[in-house]
Write a protein that binds this ligand. Sequence first.
Ligand code: MF3
Ligand code: CO
Ligand code: CO
Length: 285
Amino acid sequence: MNKTTRSKLFQRQKAHRGNFLDDLAGLYRQEAKMPRREIVIKTEAQIEGIRKSCRLARDILDRITPDIRPGISTEQINQWVHDLTLAAGAVPAPLNYRGFPKSTCTSINEQICHGIPSPDIIVREGDILNVDVTTILDGYYGDTSRMFLIGEVPPEARRLVDVTRECLNLGIAQVKPGNTIGHIGHAIQEYAEGHGYSVVRAFVGHGTGLKFHEPPDVTHYGQPGQGAHLAPNMVFTIEPMINVGTYEARVLDDGWTTVTADGKLSAQWEHTVRVTADGVEVLTA
Ligand code: MF3
Ligand code: CO
Ligand code: CO
């Protein structure tokens, strides 16, 4: 807890009670409830746990890949992810997360992210689909997503998917101690906009590992030098969402599924990474 926060809490307690020292327990109860703003540098033991969870999330995506073809529903994908996660002794992080009803996110075509799997959504030849898997294994989080091309996909959709994947790779290449979050975002934005695409602003990558979403925010746009400075054993995701048209987003009535405001295509790729002594380890590779 920083000095300002502490002094604010003391002042509030002073106002409510004559002697705030009588209620230190209350003070610490409030502290525990306060959102943690500091970036957690993970211990080696934590890194090892996060690494295992990340490998599991990656393996789950590998294992469902052969079955993702025209005619299946996104609910089937959800069931596969759910079953594979439980079979590995892990928990699917999305399930019941802030009320999310399913075990994975499946975002198709103009859907940017947080698509809710449904038996009514059948993937068809020509679709592009993101499947986002987050596992909790022994309390540690691993978060990764990929694009799937369903059968023959029009060249313009394939190009979006390829450029977005390269955006992720270019972002990862900026991860090393001394660089900032802005270095990552800048590399992604330059490449995406250089291809005539836009970078979604409404959602960002995030610290992860001990909780689903931790600080810092990892923006997929910006300038070198902006944002948090990277240091060894920070763990975060990079997950650029790149649109053919406007970057503006709308949330559907289900409260989750986020689509492009103009109905044009969107793509996303995500890895969880760790800052090493001199570069990066892609934990979900
Ligand atoms: N896995 C997503 C991410 O990359 C978050 C999904 S939150 C959910 O951050 F509730 F929709 F599952
Ligand atoms: Co994420
Ligand atoms: Co994710």
